[in-house]
Design a protein around this ligand. Structure first.
Ligand SMILES: Cc1cc2nc3c(=O)[nH]c(=O)nc-3n(C[C@H](O)[C@H](O)[C@H](O)COP(=O)(O)OP(=O)(O)OC[C@H]3O[C@@H](n4cnc5c(N)ncnc54)[C@H](O)[C@@H]3O)c2cc1C
Length: 477
């Protein structure tokens, strides 16, 4: 009886999963295997919030497979050893998986592919995660893209033809034991993540609900609303996309169907904007694949000698949402409480950390890595290098976000700040983004003692901006 193995990694879904579809059509027994081997992703093994997500996602996947007459078998790594044990135990003659693009897993997967082939086992890999794999797109002169707009132009026509595949009929599983999910010890021992489940439903059903809800309620406000952090107008799909609970082909097809059903120009404009953000994810993977060193080192060589000289105390205040700068503290507390932060605010907190406080962008990237449920090596690396000014298509070095004017512009009525920094709830709008500028009687009326109930700013925004400009000026090109 022929047996195959599908090795699931960050493709935790049954629909539009080409490795699963391929294997299911070619065997009588199908082993669906998840191997927990975080060390193989070092130095970017999943952080705390990602592990929380993964636990729940595996639980949901296991339920879905049981409902489909199959089973999820969970094992702990090393991956090659586990695959060989499973091949021995089941007599499987082929292993299929969907490709990943980060340096550590690419190296591992290449090694495993060779070793299994040497053992005489067939291996097949597929694309489940991207609209355009990194090696399929190149500039006119033949190299990788470094700027987003031409990259998006190059892929947007071709991706029009992509359509997602349905859930396949699954052959029964071979009789092979699984380890209990709890043995992976993915959940935090602190009660830190207790609130996450109020905000998120990991798993493919949760992903589909998010997408449907977004397309029905928010897409038509996306282009203008996506920058307003107090409003829930972005898709919230990032952790689902990261773990492959939904694929980008499914997102693309559903978005196009919605905007063409409805036929309004407004909707087409919003759909275009949304798909261009999804394409930033493609661009991030393109960069990560072609410039794998950028997970640790600057993309722009001019920044190799840049003096990042932040101090530990400021980093701690930033992480805990105690900088005394309201929109920054609101963002950092949103992150801690919900495992996610609005994109506009990610840029504001990143600019403060790398420019005003002059911390190395890797300090920010590492904190996000541990606390974001959507922590993704491609997107996080791109985001941090972009905001620090040392990345591809980076903000001009002189663009230093002023967190007060950003707050006044994108959180004009202070709703976002008030939600996450309740100490400031009673301040009038005029002062909510700069409480230090409020007169004493206003502070008294708001029951706010600066430096006591809420910190004074840890940095002089104007002076630190000048110092950052001078430092960036030295490396500009
Ligand atoms: C400093 C910094 C760090 C970041 N770290 C991450 C990270 O670890 N993981 C992550 O998924 N995103 C990261 N981003 C990008 C962006 O903030 C999130 O993708 C977005 O906020 C997710 O919310 P959403 O799903 O509602 O986005 P939507 O606006 O609904 O966008 C839809 C999808 O497009 C993709 N996308 C949107 N914006 C970007 C972007 N700028 N870069 C790459 N992909 C994008 C995401 O997959 C997202 O789910 C980072 C941005 C910055 C500035």
């Amino acid at each position: 009886m022929s047996t195959r193995i599908v090795w699931l990694r960050r493709d935790l879904r049954l629909s539009d999963n080409p490795a699963l579809t391929h294997a299911a059509a070619r065997c009588e027994r199908l082993l669906i295997l998840y191997i927990h081997a975080p060390d193989e992703e070092a130095p970017w093994a999943p952080g705390g919030a990602s592990r929380w997500w993964l636990h729940h996602s595996l639980e949901r996947l296991s339920d879905a497979l049981r409902d489909a007459g199959s089973e999820l078998v969970i094992r702990r790594g090393p991956s090659l050893e586990v695959l060989r044990e499973c091949i021995d135990a089941t007599g499987a003659d082929a292993v299929c998986w969907n490709r990943l693009y980060d340096p550590a897993t690419r190296e591992r997967d290449g090694r495993i592919k060779q070793a299994l082939r040497d053992d005489g086992v067939e291996t097949r890999s597929f694309n489940a995660a991207l609209l355009a794999e990194p090696w399929t797109v190149e500039t006119g002169s033949g190299g990788p893209y470094r700027v987003f707009t031409p990259f998006w132009k190059a892929i947007r026509e071709d991706i029009g033809a992509l359509s997602p595949a349905p859930v396949p009929t699954l052959p029964p599983p071979p009789d092979i034991p699984s380890e209990p999910l709890a043995s992976l010890e993915l959940l935090p021992t602190l009660n830190w993540a207790d609130d996450f489940s109020r905000h998120w439903t990991p798993g493919a059903d949760g992903a589909r609900q998010r997408l449907d809800g977004f397309l029905t309620d928010s897409l038509e406000h996306y282009a203008d609303g996506r920058d307003i952090p107090s409003q829930d107008l972005t898709s919230g799909l990032s952790p689902h996309l990261h773990f492959g609970e939904i694929g980008p082909r499914e997102v693309l097809a559903a978005t196009r169907a919605t905007s063409s059903d409805d036929g309004r120009t407004r909707s087409a404009k919003n759909a275009d904007k949304f798909l261009s953000e999804v394409a930033w994810r493609e661009f991030a993977h393109h960069l990560l694949f072609h410039f794998p060193h950028t997970t640790e080192a600057v993309m722009n060589p001019r920044f190799r000698q840049f003096s990042w000289d932040g101090n530990a105390q400021d980093l701690d205040a930033w992480q805990r949402g105690r900088t005394g700068i309201p929109i920054v503290d609101a963002g950092m507390r949103q992150l801690w409480r919900t495992g996610w932060m609005h994109n506009r605010v990610r840029m504001i907190v990143g600019s403060l950390l790398t420019k005003n406080l002059r911390h190395h962008w890797l300090e920010g990237a590492r904190w996000f890595w541990d606390t974001l449920v959507d922590a993704d090596l491609a997107n996080n690396t791109l985001g941090w290098q972009w905001i620090a000014g040392c990345g591809a298509d980076a903000a001009p070095y002189f663009r230093i976000f002023n967190p007060v004017s950003q707050g006044e512009k994108f959180d004009a009525d202070g709703d976002y700040v008030r939600r996450f920094v309740p100490e400031l709830a009673r301040l009038p709008n005029r002062y909510v983004h700069a409480p230090w500028s409020a007169p004493a009687d206003v502070l008294r009326a708001a029951a706010l003692r600066l430096g006591h109930d809420y910190p004074l700013p840890i940095v002089d925004l104007k002076a630190s901006r000048q110092a950052a400009l001078a430092a960036y000026d030295a490396v500009k090109g």
